[in-house]
Design a protein. Structure first.
Length: 197
């Protein structure tokens, strides 16, 4: 399983990927008896509470060592996780490892390092745009004095998993994080859905 930066995927392909992920999750929910037919599906965005957490903050980490981030038993629903969003300004988490079952069998590892490669360029460009002279030039180029440039200095990293993690009801799961350096933690948001009636 590999991780694909959103900048490498067209908007149309992102939509298609999302539709495929939803279809796969609904099919699994049907197989597990969670839903009776696709017309009765409740589809909610994944929230921290759905994975046994109060927020998306990761724990403190030691460089190069996997640390348990989330550990929970899925309720009587099907959970689908298909992307991750890194909201930390100076991210340190480089890898996610997914486990399942009471014996904790590895489901997959997603490396994030390549997804961060464009962030320094984006941040430097955003800082340059904060310069008053740069803003004035861009405003003139836009042909309107009322257009204001508001760069996002905390440009987030979004990445898609090549295959979604589909988590069965009443099953145990765990997600670990590994960082490139000792860290007080990052803020990662898992993108996905909760499927059920």
């Amino acid at each position: 399983m590999h991780t694909i930066p959103s900048r490498d995927i067209s908007i149309e392909d992102r939509k298609l990927h999302r539709e495929r992920v939803i279809a796969a999750g609904v099919a699994r929910a049907g197989q597990r008896g969670i839903i009776l037919d696709s017309g009765e599906v409740a589809l909610l965005d994944l929230a921290p509470e759905d994975v046994g957490a109060s927020s998306w903050a990761t724990p403190p980490t030691v460089a190069g060592v996997y640390t348990t981030w989330l550990s929970w038993t899925v309720p009587r629903k099907v959970l689908v996780i298909y992307k991750v969003l890194q909201l930390s300004i100076n991210p340190t988490v480089t890898s996610l490892r997914f486990w399942r079952g009471s014996r904790m069998t590895t489901m997959g590892i997603n490396e994030l390092e390549a997804c961060y490669s464009g962030l320094p360029i984006i941040k430097n460009l955003a800082k340059a745009l904060m310069d008053p002279e740069s803003k004035e030039v861009l405003d003139r180029l836009a042909g309107r004095e009322d257009v204001k440039v508001s760069p996002d200095l905390g440009s987030p990293m979004e990445a898609y998993f090549s295959e979604p993690y589909i988590l069965d009801p009443d099953s145990q799961f765990q997600i670990e994080v590994k960082s490139r350096e000792d860290s007080s933690g990052d803020y990662l948001v898992l993108g996905g859905f909760v499927i059920g009636n």
